[in-house]
Design a protein around this ligand. Structure first.
Ligand SMILES: Cc1cc2nc3c(=O)[nH]c(=O)nc-3n(C[C@H](O)[C@H](O)[C@H](O)COP(=O)(O)OP(=O)(O)OC[C@H]3O[C@@H](n4cnc5c(N)ncnc54)[C@H](O)[C@@H]3O)c2cc1C
Length: 442
C-alpha cells in the first residue's frame, strides 16, 4: 500500500488525521493556508485553532458529548489527549486554554518525522490520495474547485439549524400527531396554540436576546447569491415582519384540527421526527440566532414543550458543508473521486469534537480499513448520518442521544437512561474493535 497522503487544512480534523496517520507510518503532507490567507474567524497561524468557545463540552457519560469523547479515547485520539492536558477549570466540561492547546498540537505535529507542514493555500485537487479538511470557512478558490467536482447543488453554505428536543420530554396530553389535511402518515406532532399563547410566544421571540451577527457573517450575508437564503431566516426575524407572519407561514393551522376538540387551533408549531425510532423531534421552522438560555425559555412556551429537554439548540452561521448522503461513499470519500476523502465540519458534522472525530475515523478507514461502526455508538451514528439519506433532507449533525437507537426497556430516570446509552455504546465499540482486530494506540 502506498502510505503517502496530502491533507488540506491544519484545523481540528486535519491535525487529528495527520497525527494519527503519521504515527501509523504514513508520509503526511499537511497544507495550511494561514497566515498567508486567513479565514474570517481564525486569529492565528496555529493549527487546531478553536475559533469561538474554548469548550469541548461535557466529559460526563450521561451526556452525548461525554460519550463521544469516551469513544474517541478508546480510539486513542491524539487531540482529545492533548485537550485534556491543557484543560482549564470548567466543572464537568472539557474547556481548554486555547493558545496552549494549539501550541501543543503544533509541537506534536512538528515532532513527527513523517509529517511535513506546508504553509500554502491549495486551490485545486489532484489525483493524489487526499483528505480535504478545510473546514466550514474553506477558501473561496478551493470551494469553487469543490463545487465543480460535486456540483453546486450538493454544497451548502448556511447552517440554519432548528432545535431538537427529546421525545420523552413532550407533553402528549397537549400535543397530537396529524399530517396536514390527513394526506399522509401522521408523522408530524402538532403543538396547538390559543390566541393568547401565540401572541405571548411572538412577543417573547421579539424581546429575546440574540447573538450579534459577527462581522464575517454580515459579509457573507451581504455577498449572498443563493436562493435558499429565505429558508434560513431566523424565526425571530420572521416574527419581526408582523405579529401574524408566523401563523400565516410556518405556524399555519390549516388542515391541522385538534382531534380532541375538532377545532382548528389559532396557530400550530409542528415537530418533525429526527429519526426512525421517534426518540427526538425537530422544531420545524425554528432556526434561530437567539442565545441558548433564551431558546430554552422561549421554546418552552410552546404548548406541550413546557418541560422539553433539548438535544441541540438552533443556530445560523456561515458553514460550507456537503450533502454527504448524495456525494460521499461509505468510506467518506467522494463517489466521483474516490481518492478525495472529506473530514471535519465540511463533511456535515457539527462541532469541534465531532470534527476531530471524522479525522480519527478517516485515519482508521485509510490505515486499517475500518468499516461502519456499530449503530449503538455515537461515532457510528454520526458516520451513518453522513452517508445514509434521511427522509427530510440533510443537515449537519452533532453528538446527541437522539441519534442512537432507543433502549429496549428505558428506565424513567433520565440520568440513568443516558448512562445506559453510554454503557451500551462503549461495550458495543469494544466488542467491535476486538472482533475486527482493529489496533488502537494505548
Ligand atoms: C464562526 C464559527 C464558530 C464556531 N464555533 C464553534 C463552537 O463554539 N463550538 C463548536 O463545537 N463548534 C463551533 N464551530 C463549528 C466547528 O466545530 C468549527 O468550525 C471547527 O473548527 C471545524 O473543524 P474543521 O477541522 O472542520 O475546520 P477548521 O478547524 O476550520 O480547519 C480548517 C483549516 O483549513 C484551512 N484551510 C481552508 N481552506 C484552505 C485551503 N484552500 N488550503 C489550505 N488550508 C485551508 C483553514 O485555515 C483551517 O485552518 C464554529 C464554526 C464557525 C464557522
Amino acid at each position: 500500500m502506498n502510505k503517502s497522503i496530502k491533507i488540506i487544512g491544519a484545523g481540528l480534523a486535519g491535525s487529528e488525521a495527520a497525527l494519527c496517520l503519521a504515527r501509523q507510518g504514513w508520509k503526511v503532507r499537511l497544507y495550511e493556508m494561514r497566515p498567508e490567507v486567513m479565514t474570517p474567524a481564525h486569529q492565528s497561524a496555529l493549527p487546531a485553532e478553536l475559533v469561538c468557545s474554548n469548550s469541548l463540552k461535557s466529559l460526563r457519560l450521561d451526556t452525548a458529548a461525554g460519550l463521544l469523547k469516551a469513544e474517541l479515547d478508546r480510539l486513542g485520539s491524539p487531540l482529545i489527549r492533548i485537550a485534556k492536558s491543557c484543560a482549564v477549570p470548567a466543572g464537568q466540561a472539557l474547556a481548554v486554554d486555547r493558545e496552549q492547546f494549539s501550541q501543543k498540537v503544533q509541537a506534536a505535529l512538528e515532532a513527527e518525522p513523517n509529517l511535513e507542514i506546508i504553509r500554502e493555500e491549495v486551490t485545486a485537487f489532484t489525483d493524489e490520495l487526499t483528505i480535504l479538511a478545510a473546514g466550514p470557512l474553506i477558501s473561496d478558490s478551493l470551494m469553487l474547485a469543490l463545487s465543480e467536482e460535486i456540483g453546486k447543488n450538493h454544497l451548502y453554505f448556511f447552517d440554519a439549524i432548528a432545535p431538537i428536543v427529546d421525545a420523552d420530554s413532550l407533553d402528549r396530553g397537549k400535543i397530537y400527531s396529524k399530517d396536514r389535511y390527513d394526506k399522509g402518515e401522521p408523522d408530524y406532532l402538532n403543538c396547538p396554540f390559543s390566541r393568547d399563547e401565540y401572541y405571548a410566544f411572538v412577543e417573547a421571540l421579539l424581546s429575546g436576546e440574540g447573538h450579534e451577527a459577527h462581522e464575517f457573517e454580515n459579509q457573507f450575508f451581504q455577498g449572498l447569491k443563493f436562493s435558499y437564503y429565505e429558508n434560513c431566516i431566523p424565526i425571530e426575524e420572521l416574527a419581526r415582519r408582523g405579529k401574524d407572519t408566523l401563523r400565516h407561514g410556518v405556524m399555519k393551522p390549516m388542515g391541522l384540527e385538534d382531534p380532541k376538540t375538532g377545532q382548528k387551533p389559532f396557530a400550530v408549531l409542528q415537530l418533525r421526527p429526527e429519526n426512525r425510532e421517534l426518540t427526538s423531534y425537530n422544531l420545524v421552522g425554528c432556526q434561530t440566532m437567539l442565545r441558548y438560555p433564551e431558546q430554552k425559555r422561549i421554546f418552552r412556551m410552546i404548548p406541550g414543550l413546557e418541560k422539553a429537554e433539548f438535544h441541540r439548540f438552533g443556530s445560523i452561521h456561515r458553514n460550507a458543508y456537503l450533502n454527504g448522503p448524495q456525494v460521499l461513499s461509505p468510506r467518506l470519500c467522494l463517489k466521483t473521486k474516490p481518492e478525495l476523502y472529506i473530514a471535519g465540519q465540511l463533511s456535515g458534522v457539527e462541532g469541534y469534537v465531532e470534527s476531530i472525530a471524522t479525522g480519527t475515523l478517516l485515519a482508521y478507514i485509510l490505515d486499517q480499513g475500518l468499516e461502519l461502526l456499530p449503530q449503538e455508538t455515537i461515532l457510528g451514528q454520526l458516520w451513518r448520518h453522513l452517508i445514509e439519506p434521511g427522509e427530510h433532507g440533510f443537515q449537519p449533525m452533532n453528538a446527541n442521544f437522539g441519534i442512537l437507537p432507543a433502549l429496549e426497556n428505558p428506565p424513567r430516570d433520565k440520568k440513568l437512561k443516558k448512562e445506559l446509552y453510554s454503557g451500551r455504546s462503549l461495550e458495543a465499540l469494544d466488542k467491535y474493535l476486538e472482533e475486527k482486530e482493529i489496533l488502537c494506540p494505548s
